[in-house]
Design a protein around this ligand. Structure first.
Ligand code: TA6
Length: 283
């Protein structure tokens, strides 16, 4: 497949990476997991995504950081014993193929398709694709289509790790309503008026806020626009990072997960399709 000059291919440790460099910004994508690793707008040359310095970039494990794709379930919500099936599903741990690329006035479009979208724990016929636009914004869309003859229900998320200079100086604006607190047996709680992170945080916000802004030390840093989601997940492991093998003990200070998610189930009848989109804008 011939690629536009804005995309170069890099092979490393058995993994293929696509490096996009266009007038709007740069972006590195691993075909293992269709995993966006970085997005750096040329307006300020600040990478908006965080990638662990200990991330496995050799296909051995899901990549810690960037935008992991969770599908067809979120976390361990697959209906079996925890650990029986891979956490966050099986799209982020397989090699994807380039379906198409296109250079447009909006930026560089790349469409990727997975090697398989039917697997243990999800025995349904479906088509999945992932559309990436690297432009004034980074836009990622996960499309699911029921190509079988029976309905199925799925969950998923763009489990995005956003870069923050200092989590203790970070405020999240735009999240409202109640959340389920994973740290307290999914107790339902109200979102804080002033949303700051002061310790381990693992929350599924039930109101699908369309726009969230990460504010760093009083200045807007990154806008997160979501479409097609039914919830938003906020996660920071805090000092729990020390027990995460592919994360350094103080990595929590420089990352914040805000995840555009479907956690309450989308059911597709035969022939139906559904997309979920996250748009990242440098401010
Ligand atoms: O998004 C929050 C979460 O479900 C946390 O509970 C934590 O498990 C995190 O995802 C990371 O999951 P991973 O499987 O990538 O280590």
């Amino acid at each position: 497949m011939s690629l536009p000059p804005t995309i170069t291919v890099e092979e490393s440790a058995g993994i293929t990476f696509l490096n996009v460099d266009n007038a709007f910004g740069t972006c590195r994508i691993s075909l293992f997991g269709a995993h966006v690793l970085s997005y750096t707008p040329k307006t300020d040359n600040k990478n908006r995504l965080w990638l662990s310095p200990h991330a496995y970039l050799n296909g051995e494990r899901p990549i810690r950081g960037g935008i992991p794709i969770c599908w067809p379930w979120f976390s361990d919500d697959h209906g079996q014993e925890k650990g029986a099936l891979p956490s966050h599903g099986f799209l982020r741990t397989q090699v994807w193929q380039i379906q198409s690329t296109e250079e447009t006035d909006e930026g560089t479009y790349i469409v990727l398709s997975p090697s398989y979208s039917r697997g243990e724990g999800f025995e349904y016929d479906c088509n999945v694709s992932y559309e990436i636009l690297v432009g004034q914004h980074l836009s990622v869309t996960l499309q699911t289509q029921n190509s079988g003859v029976i309905p199925f229900t799925f969950n998923g998320a763009m489990h995005t790790y956003f870069a923050v200079p200092d989590i203790t100086q970070t405020v999240i604006a735009g999240i409202e309503g109640e959340y389920k607190d994973k740290l307290e047996s999914w107790a339902m709680k109200p979102s804080p008026e002033r949303y700051i992170i002061e310790g381990e945080t693992d929350r599924i916000h039930q109101f699908p806020s369309p726009e969230v802004t990460i504010i760093d030390n009083g200045s807007p840093l990154t806008r997160i626009t979501s479409l097609g989601h039914d919830s938003l997940v906020v996660w920071n492991p805090w000092q729990g990072a020390a027990s995460i093998a592919d994360m350094d003990a103080f990595g929590f200070k420089h990352m914040l997960c805000v995840e555009t998610a479907i956690t309450n189930g989308i059911t597709l009848a035969p022939g139906e399709a559904y997309g979920i989109t996250q748009i990242v804008t440098g401010l």
